[in-house]
Design a protein around this ligand. Sequence first.
Ligand code: ATP
Ligand code: ZN
Length: 460
Amino acid sequence: MRITNTLTGKKEEFVPIQPGVVRMYVCGPTVYDLIHVGNARPALVFDVFRRYLEYRGYRVIMVQNFTDIDDKIINKANQLGVDYKTVADTFIAEYWRDAHALGIRPANFHPRTTDFVEDIVEIIEKLVEKGFAYQTETGVYFDVRKFEKYGELSKKKIEDLIAGARVEVDETKKSPLDFSLWKKAKPGEPCWKSPWGEGRPGWHIECTVMSVKILGESFDIHAGGEDLVFPHHENEKAQAEALTGKVFARYWMHNGMVRFLGDKMSKSTGNIFTVREAVKRYGRDGLRYMILSKHYRSPMDFSEELLQDYSRAVKRVWEILGRYEKSGDIGIPKRNAVYEEYVNRFVEALDDDFNTPVAVSLIFELARNLSKAMDDNDREDALLYYHLIRREFGPVLGLFDLNEEKKEVSSEELLKLLIEVRDVLRKEKRYDLSDRIRDRLREIGIILKDTPSGTEYTVE
Ligand SMILES: Nc1ncnc2c1ncn2[C@@H]1O[C@H](COP(=O)(O)OP(=O)(O)OP(=O)(O)O)[C@@H](O)[C@H]1O
Ligand SMILES: [Zn+2]
């Protein structure tokens, strides 16, 4: 299997440190709002990548963190007049609702920053001891010029970075590039004890500490959005490698940005479309199809019209699958040459830098074949195509995997309609029919009561 490694800028053969086991870390959301389609892209893409590794026989240990303390969370808490933890807990709960609705499987570990503060303090102390970090009045900083390989991941030169750096707000730092490991608390801010006084961890150190603590000093894959390459991942890497002297992550995978109305979809810009809205209006598989039909490294333009098109295409496949399932023949096909050929094409696509667009198009090809096989009454072929979609490839891509989402007809609306019809019947004195409606409803536990202001109902 070959994947593009941001560290080398090349498509490389993937070889895990421990044969048969893949350890991977994905940067997760900062929890102060509902996730948008942009945030969903890495969560979905790297979940599917993990499923594919499993399909290829690897055991995968996957970590995705929650950043549950950060300026944006504190600001939101102040706005709402609650504490930071309430904000974080609320949006972690909301994250799970959206992830579940979108069919994203949980990772093996979902650590939260605030559960790792003691480990973070311990590691910052080590970095200070080793001379990679220093304390000032405002906090503890990483001394970027002490780490020779700084810029290796993002392909940036320290001198260029310094020349381009904005006028520094914090005068206490030795260099404008130095970044914060520990922020001393301002009055009223949430804080934890440390040798440098009360404060909280900087953003980059949390991922270094959680990944190293859970996966080990060196692990296989570090992933996230391409917006994180600099400075977040560059800094994570610098901290870890300064600490251990070992290579931190061997492969770095980055997804391209989702753009909306011309810019990167982003909460701070306000051009967002939430996962909640997208799934509610266009269904889980519609959004999954849209995301997976772009190569994960390419930018992706989002629009509601496009999503609607993807959603319609998905519905047609569900109709074909539904038609097959009505026939009731849910056996297991023989693994013949056609079967093998499809598996080879699927694997070939995904082995080549995780080319999901090709893999997804195979599913649509199979759906067309299935439809034709049913028309021709060719039961053996139909079962083969059905099996490949629903049992072999669907579960890997998470497409046509869970059950179809059917629009629910509201029983309340239906009941109101019945009551309306009964009113008309009563006005026309057709009591045989109006009483029959009342009696039949009572039999299924719905009691109608006629009051001067209209008919009310209770459900027993
Ligand atoms: N528009 C986007 N397209 C693709 N990935 C994105 C996009 N925006 C954020 N991500 C990714 O989502 C994950 C969660 O990041 P995080 O919660 O920090 O989002 P964020 O960058 O703060 O979002 P925002 O820019 O909306 O504030 C990261 O891996 C990040 O790279
Ligand atoms: Zn991170």
